[in-house]
Design a protein around this ligand. Sequence first.
Ligand code: FES
Ligand SMILES: [Fe+2]
Length: 460
Amino acid sequence: MNKPEDKLQGDGGRFEGTTWQDLLDLEQVDVPDYLRIKSNPYLGDEDLPVDRYISQAFFDLEKDKMWPKVWQMVCREEEIPAPGDHHVYKIIDKNVLVTRTPSGAINAYINACLHRGRCLRDESGSVSEFRCPFHGSTWDLNGDFVGIPNDWDFKHLEGRDMRLPQVKVDTWGGFIFINFDPNSQPLAEYMEVMPAHFERFPLEKYWKGLHIQRKIKCNWKVGAEAFMESWHTLETHKQILTFTGDANSQYDTFGDNISRSVTPMGIASPHLEGIPQESVIRDILLMSGRMAIDSDEGLEIPTDITAREYVAKLNREMFEQSSGDNLQDATMAELQDAILYGLFPNFQVWVGYSGNLVYRFLPDGNNPDSCIFDVMILLRYPEGTDRPEPAECVVIPEDQPFASVPELGALGPVFDQDDANLPAVQAGMKAKQGGTVVLASYQESRIRQLHMTIDKYINS
Ligand code: FES
Ligand SMILES: [Fe+2]
């Protein structure tokens, strides 16, 4: 095992080549501070027991000690715009009704009737009051008890507090979060550096342009961790290597709850040699799915500009046109790189001016071997125009490839490549029978932070 003093200590890794910070030196506009930060304290390099991913006992520890204490993203505010609009959120055995009240506030109630316990709402939707489908007990949108039929038989309820029990709610970036712990720290505090890093990206002003949900046969952490490092690109996503600086990536962890990875685009992987700029440009335009154009027909690829500069220029023009924003101070990094933040435990969102991807990984009921993966794309719209209606959540069957969703573009096949690994990771861990997994010191430091924070909850 390496000694801690040999380690990275916030120095952006040992990779001997262009770092992302080197690329920032080439920016032609001021580089905002949040991009200049490097934060990679040494977190250790012990192996992790596979039990953390496959055992019911560990799943139950997370269920009892962690999920009841953490802030968890439920839905977008724009999905419940009017009084009575509500979203049903299920996490393991818990079930919460998040609703807009007549005053415009957002309340979250335990989704269970105070009579004999039936869930008050089976699905998200819109109502004028919450009426239990079993015997008809009713609560208003503020959670105050309206009544129960045959009330002559319930004299013993007189004087009892019959308001619907509430769960703590907060919002950030247009997302609604809940926390089952009434004594939890405020969301803003829990999010540590993250709100400050998103100052240039007011996600609360964006709209949800896409939402796909699909089960994946792996532990929720196996799913989340697939998006916490980019070095699997070398083997898993070979088709994007000509324009993806996989090994040039920067990884940061901040405190307990926040981490990020930054993978530069518009440069060829250092694992490849002799890729001309022209090929980088052509491949990124055609194959990345996140760039401004999707065909090179009739395109004159210039030779006097780097791929990063060229793609940034195209994206700047395209994004300015679609959003009406002035992006003259946007960095090349923010116009093309994969800058992905993670909020403990299961929420991830991209910084940048192209559509902001959002990922969430939920446990699937009580099953440690299955999770529910949500992917959303947040988009800008011109100021002064109406916010488009948020996209409905489309649930696709487990055996249906992401590539079948045309709106995902080139991302669909990329997710399918990840999906080909994840159930096999779960199966391989089971085959290891009490074994361990190994983590890279730097490139997998975000994964280590996730486990360290989980441990803080389950050991408390
Ligand atoms: S269970 Fe709800 S009214 Fe009876
Ligand atoms: Fe991947």
